[in-house]
Design a protein around this ligand. Structure first.
Ligand code: HEC
Length: 222
């Protein structure tokens, strides 16, 4: 009896030796070999077409819709209604600002310059970007700056696809820290449409460590 079992087992194992390329050989439990779902581009007997648009009103998992459309009015509304959510966690501010600087250096410095003076390497090759230390940007609420990152503004492109939600708020906090540093050194508001690197550039570069006190961070969106 035992030898019969061994013989059966050996036959099954030998059967598996017929596997080659796409042919799996002898399949003992076929349930997981044959795929039940339709392939994306197959026709299907229920709806005809397998690949469909998502039903209206649904959002992808993990995606949070932004309740503000593009445009100046929506930007102002975002400024009035949104507060920077990362400011509540004062203890983490240092790491938020460090991450904000990283994001800023990657996405914003090329146009607005390392300290926000509007003197990025792009000047002269693109309509010169405004200084983020100018009166206008200083007067923008946090939510408004967030909106500019999300939807862009005028010639500035939208960055919502490249920068994730928390990252955007971190960059907003970092822009605020650049503005505070510049205000402290007296260079803020001086040159709204800077078109060349300013002499005070080096002084305005902020070290995140110097602004870690959460009490010095403005709420902004009031
Ligand atoms: C391709 C160049 C470019 C990049 C990159 C860029 N900006 Fe801008 N940004 C501009 C220009 C140009 C304007 C002026 C747009 C207008 O009003 O026509 C502007 C305007 C702004 C304003 C409004 C300033 C004001 O006084 O009206 C803010 C705030 C701002 N940018 C922040 C950012 C941040 C933060 C980033 C990085 C996430 C960024 N920008 C990346 C070109 C750029």
């Amino acid at each position: 009896m035992r030898r019969a079992w061994l013989l059966c087992l050996a036959l099954v194992m030998l059967g598996a030796c017929t596997a080659d390329g796409d042919r799996p050989g002898v399949i003992v439990l076929p349930g997981m070999v044959e795929s039940i779902p339709y392939d994306s581009h197959d026709r299907n007997s229920v709806t005809g077409q397998t690949l469909l648009l998502p039903p209206e009103g649904t959002v992808p998992y993990g995606f949070r819709p932004f309740a503000y459309g593009p445009g100046v009015e929506e930007a102002a509304r975002a400024g009035r209604e949104l507060a920077n959510p990362i400011l509540v966690d004062g203890a983490a501010m240092e790491s938020h600002l460090r991450a904000g600087q990283e994001g800023y250096d990657i996405f914003c410095t090329v146009c607005h310059g390392p300290a926000g003076e509007g003197d990025g390497p792009i000047i002269g090759r693109f309509p010169n970007p405004p200084s983020l230390l100018g009166e206008h940007a200083l007067g923008m609420a946090d939510g408004h700056i967030y909106h500019v990152i999300f939807h862009g503004q005028g010639l500035m492109p939208a960055y919502n696809a490249q920068i994730r939600e928390e990252e955007r708020w971190r960059i907003v906090a970092y822009v605020r820290s650049l503005q505070r540093a510049a205000t402290a050194t007296g260079s803020a508001g001086a040159d709204e449409k800077a078109s060349a690197p300013l002499a005070s550039s080096a002084n305005a570069v902020v070290e995140p460590e110097s602004v870690e006190d959460p009490n010095t961070v403005e709420g902004g969106a009031s």
